[in-house]
Design a protein around this ligand. Structure first.
Ligand code: R5P
Length: 320
């Protein structure tokens, strides 16, 4: 590691459990700070140790409560910048507001760009993110973005569980996810199927087309996130109708808002594999939910970024 600029890892209130795992993996203590609220709800940050000249990584997914998590990240960045950190690097395992990444209708915002602007203004020197909703979001930041994927971790889980590639079809639940599903099917050496869907209203979806053959096959739905569960439910219903023998699903970000898990629990989905980019409270951990940790990927990448080493090898291996 660079001996000039000490590596320090801090976290806000969004996902301290993941930050702790990453710190352990790095062999360091989490940095000491207090993130609390003033009586009117404003965020108060106090860094409890000197970080002058340090390489500061702030791990904070911008997950629910989304606006609180985001604002904490911004205030933290400002505090570290003003305390003379050498570099401030937000580590954003889940980047919220990302699905509004273009104007689909007149008079709509592009929040993925707005949030990127806020993060830049708050003093980010570079960004480290995992499975952004769309790769192009990297271009919304005026700084280098290290963008890693959970696909190798998820795919390895299926390989190790003994899934046979010739009997498996990876399914993209929408056209926007075809590239992701293609890469996933290449990891597994399996077939590919594609569902086309439309959204008649926000958070609602309808299947319109299906390309592929899942009859007597194990179908694995691959998505970047599951939110209301609507896409996964519609897709699972269709795959059952098309004769899939087993229907599995995986995603990187378990947003799982509202009663998504209750609906998924009652669906034909046999297993849902997710990662821990977003905390999942104990009461939501239903038996068919399998959680894999991204802490090793995050720790490896943080170490490499700190040492000015390439992170591209992690795309292939995500070494444990
Ligand atoms: C869509 O573009 C995303 O990749 C997900 O498929 C979608 O956001 C999942 O949302 P929900 O679970 O609410 O259908």
């Amino acid at each position: 590691m660079s001996d000039q600029n000490e590596l320090k890892l801090f976290t806000g209130n969004a996902h301290p459990e993941l930050a702790q795992k990453v710190a352990e993996r790095l062999g360091i203590e989490l940095g000491r700070l207090t993130v609390s609220r003033f009586s009117d709800g404003e965020i108060r940050v106090k860094i409890e140790e000197s970080i002058r000249g340090c390489d500061v990584f702030i791990l904070q997914p911008t997950c629910a409560p989304v606006n609180e998590s985001l604002m904490e990240l911004l205030v933290l960045q400002d505090a570290f910048k003003r305390a003379s950190a050498h570099r401030v690097v937000p580590v954003i395992p889940y980047y919220g507001y990302a699905r509004q990444d273009k104007k689909l209708k007149p008079r709509e915002p592009i929040t993925a760009k707005l949030i990127a602007d806020l993060i830049m203004t708050a003093g980010a020197d570079r960004i480290f993110a995992l499975d952004l909703h769309a790769g192009q979001i990297q271009g919304f930041f005026n700084a280098p973005v290290d963008h890693l994927h959970a696909a190798p971790l998820l795919a390895r889980y299926y390989v190790e569980s003994g899934l046979k590639a010739s009997e498996t079809v990876v399914v993209s639940p929408d056209v926007g996810g075809v590239e992701r599903a293609t890469i996933f099917s290449e990891y597994l050496g399996s077939g590919l199927a594609i569902i086309a869907k439309r959204r008649p209203a926000p958070n609602q979806c309808e299947v319109t087309e299906f390309i592929g053959d899942v009859n007597h096959k194990t179908a694995i739905l691959v998505d970047d996130l599951i939110d209301t569960g609507g896409s996964a439910l519609q897709a699972a219903g269709l795959l059952a109708e098309r004769g899939a023998s087993r229907i599995l699903a995986c995603c990187t970000h378990p947003v799982l808002s509202g009663d998504a898990l209750r609906k998924l629990d009652a669906s034909p989905l046999e297993e849902i594999v997710v990662t821990d980019t977003i905390p999942i409270p104990q009461q939501k951990r239903i038996p068919k939910l399998k959680i894999l940790s991204v802490a090793p990927i995050l720790a490896d990448a943080i170490r490499r970024i700190h040492c000015h080493q390439s992170v591209s090898t992690l795309f292939e291996t995500n070494s444990q």
